[in-house]
Ligand binder design. Structure first.
Ligand code: SAM
Length: 471
């Protein structure tokens, strides 16, 4: 039986409720009165239920889709302004005991070189990332209790936070490792991680079990209930995601929102972020072997529907997607993107992009400076801000900041100050020139005169070499 408050995967992601939702959405996809009602509700910016959002996703009426896109764009502007938070993945180890059918790190892949960074190599990777200008990382590792135990992950986090190279620093480490125990989540929380990210891959249990034929990840319930354990272990910010292409997107979409509703119902706070990766080509992985691949149009529609359904949840799009697609989708509600990414273990220290241990082919291969330059040309503020989590504004405290509309007096100046740091320390001449003009223009949007004055003084101090200011 469907119960969002249950702690059992099969009850909060109840298959029957997902199927009923898909049927309900299908029956109502041309019901203009209902669609209008849902769009009106979404305009209140308090979110939608999985059933309501599924009706919007099923709707094929061009004029209504246009309205959904416009609303998604407006909600993004209201809650996130034109800021886009930047991050990079850091691959620690590709040793893995699972057999995920879509991932080249699966244990039957005997040709991919296996590599695990030593702490000295982690240091070199972090220095290379700091020299690019990154302040926020997402660490990634395969699941292997012998090669990548929790102690190894904790050592890496400690190493990453300890490195201060020139003006560089990694100020937030998000963690994308396999589902684990409450005890291990507590250790991650105590190590000061930002978001714990775990992609569900697919919410469809049967498909899930087929795609994860062996290894600890085979256990659907253990994987699906991981965020509850993470929150029990003291992690406030969790990031959900689906790997689109594995099962029917309408199924994944409804279940993803049910998962978000479950977290809200049980823990009083929804997911901090939602990621929307699609299966990509990789070493021995051919994406055309998966029957449920989605077109760019559907992909954009999913992003817009997520945006209107969960307005306070950040949305992440990685370099799995091309520059063109990223340009289209960002306006529909994306709040975080990666830039200058390398998905191979040890890839940042190499002059040339190495491919031998890559987890997937990177579509957007531009440097971080090129991505920053492009975002500014497109009217966005690339932000390297990590203030909320460092000020303890996580979980529901972050959500209340978002809901109270204080973003313009807090996140906006923080974005401008961290962009200024980037311009001073890492930008090319052209990027710096564009950035200075942008900062001057964007400072005018700060509504509180006191905040504006302090921000302006801090921008000058950054020019004089002082770093790491935040509201
Ligand atoms: N091993 C951990 C786990 O099982 O959750 C960490 C995750 S892995 C390093 C990061 C994510 O990459 C996976 O959760 C999966 O969704 C995604 N991924 C794996 N293979 C992929 C592929 N061929 N194309 C795109 N994304 C892929």
């Amino acid at each position: 039986m469907y119960d969002p408050k249950s702690l059992k995967a099969e009850e909060f992601i109840c298959d029957k409720e997902v199927q009923d939702t898909i049927s309900y959405a299908e029956e109502n996809k041309e019901n203009i009165a209902l669609i209008d009602e849902i769009i009106e509700k979404a305009k209140k910016r308090k979110g939608l239920t999985h059933r309501e959002a599924s009706v919007l996703l099923a709707c094929e009426i061009p004029e209504k889709i246009e309205q959904i896109y416009d609303l998604a764009e407006q909600i993004k502007k209201d809650f996130y302004g034109n800021r886009i938070v930047m991050f990079a993945p850091l691959y620690l180890s590709n040793y893995c005991v699972n057999k995920c059918v879509y991932c080249p790190y699966h244990m039957q892949n005997k040709t991919i070189p296996r590599k695990k960074l030593t702490q000295e190599e982690v240091k070199q990777e972090v220095i290379a990332l700091q020299d690019m200008g990154h302040k926020r990382l997402a660490i990634e590792a395969g699941e292997d209790p012998v090669n990548n135990p929790i102690e190894y992950i904790l050592d890496c986090i400690h190493t990453i936070y300890s490195i201060k190279h020139k003006n560089g620093a990694i100020r937030r480490v998000n963690v994308n490792i396999a589902a684990t125990t409450v005890e291990n989540y507590r250790k991650l929380s105590e190590a000061g991680i930002g978001t714990y990210i775990l992609f569900q891959e697919t919410y469809h249990k049967e498909t899930y079990e087929k795609l994860h034929p062996a290894g600890p990840k085979h256990n659907y319930a253990y994987h699906t209930e991981a965020m509850d354990r993470a929150m029990e272990g003291g992690i406030d910010d969790v990031g959900l995601g689906v790997l689109f292409g594995l099962d029917l997107y309408k199924y994944e979409f409804a279940a993803l929102l049910m998962h978000a509703e479950h977290l809200e119902a049980v823990h009083g706070v929804g997911p901090h972020t939602i990621s929307v990766p699609r299966v990509k080509k990789a070493d021995d992985i051919d994406p055309s072997k998966f029957d449920n691949g989605i077109s760019d149009d559907i992909f954009c529609k999913i992003a817009a529907c997520i945006r209107v359904a969960v307005p306070y949840t950040g949305m992440i799009i990685s370099t799995r997607e091309s520059a063109d697609l990223r340009e289209n989708i960002i306006r529909l509600g994306v709040s975080q993107i990666s830039g200058g990414s390398r998905t191979s273990v040890g890839g940042y220290q190499e002059e040339e992009r190495p491919h031998d241990t890559e987890q997937f082919d990177v579509s957007d291969q531009r440097t971080l400076d090129e991505v920053v330059n492009w975002l500014m040309t497109a009217g966005y503020i690339p932000s390297f801000c990590t203030a909320c989590y460092r000020e303890g504004r996580t979980g529901d405290r972050f959500m209340s900041l978002c809901k109270s509309g204080q973003i313009l007096n807090c996140c906006h100046p923080n974005a401008l100050m961290t962009l200024k740091e980037y311009l001073m320390d890492y930008a090319s001449e052209d990027t710096r020139r564009k950035g200075e003009i942008l900062i001057e223009k964007e400072m005018e949007k700060i509504t509180n005169p006191k905040v504006k004055e302090i921000a302006s003084q801090r921008l000058q101090l950054i020019e004089q070499g002082i770093r790491d200011f935040r509201f």
